[in-house]
Design a protein around this ligand. Structure first.
Ligand SMILES: [Ca+2]
Ligand SMILES: [Ca+2]
Length: 242
């Protein structure tokens, strides 16, 4: 074979090589895109939530079991404050975070407030947990008529919707992806600051799934990222037409 034939043969082989390189490159890009989608873009639940009308946001520890419930309730005595109750888990005692509204500062309640009716560990942990009924009505839009938080099965898991008591229209909705097992996401707080518009606490529980479920597509990211929960407070005053 002459030197000319060899060069021609090399030139004829180039298109096949190019196709093979492009093919492998396309597979690589597809894999990268899939990786980005599953492990980066699909991890938005690991970042701090920003529900519409948000006034306050608190970072709290992750939940450790589907039975763990984060609850929020307003001051018994009518102060502009509320209590976030975090459940007892294997590694944490139950705790209560008390905060003022709208400043979000630490709140030390009066003795009457901190009495028997205000257990920081409500409900007591035990084999059977009885959770207090949530108050589901409050005047969110300030029209003088009590509005209602819809619950499962009226809405799907993960959704919070507030229906107007006046005409049944949906005044507010918020969705949080179901990376936890509780449907109790919304806790009306009444009108904490007395401006006529109701406040609503939303819980955003997060669980580190890498500890028990490696088949879950999020478990991989959870193993490398710090999983936290959040509690936010939204106000009807932030949503009212101005
Ligand atoms: Ca209303
Ligand atoms: Ca208010």
């Amino acid at each position: 074979m002459s030197a000319v034939d060899t060069r021609r043969g090399q030139r004829e082989g180039r298109p096949e090589k190019l196709v093979a390189i492009l093919f492998i490159g396309a597979i690589g890009l597809a894999f990268l895109a899939g990786f980005v989608r599953v492990f980066v873009l699909n991890q938005d639940h690991l970042f701090a939530p920003t529900p519409e009308g948000m006034v306050l946001r608190f970072e709290v520890r992750e939940v450790e079991s589907p039975l763990d419930r984060i609850t929020v309730r307003p001051s018994w005595t009518g102060e502009a404050a509320f209590t976030i109750s975090l459940p007892a888990t294997r590694s944490h005692a139950a705790e209560a975070l008390r905060r003022t509204y709208p400043d979000g500062l630490e709140w030390t309640p009066a003795a009457s407030e901190a009495g028997a009716g205000d257990s920081a560990v409500e409900p007591e942990p035990g084999p059977i947990r009885l959770w207090p009924e949530r108050e589901l009505v409050f005047d969110f839009d300030g029209d003088g008529v009590e509005d209602r938080v819809l619950t499962v099965p009226e809405v799907d898991y993960g959704w919070v919707k507030v229906a107007s008591g006046a005409d049944g229209s949906i005044l507010y909705e918020n969705y949080d992806p179901l990376y936890y097992e509780s449907d109790e996401r919304a806790f009306p707080l009444g009108d904490l600051d007395g401006d006529g518009y109701g406040e609503l606490a939303l819980v955003h529980p997060r669980m580190d799934r890498s500890k028990f479920d490696f088949l879950d597509p999020h478990a991989f990211a959870h193993a490398f990222m710090d999983v936290k929960s959040w509690v936010t407070v939204v106000s009807g005053s932030e949503l009212a037409p101005r």
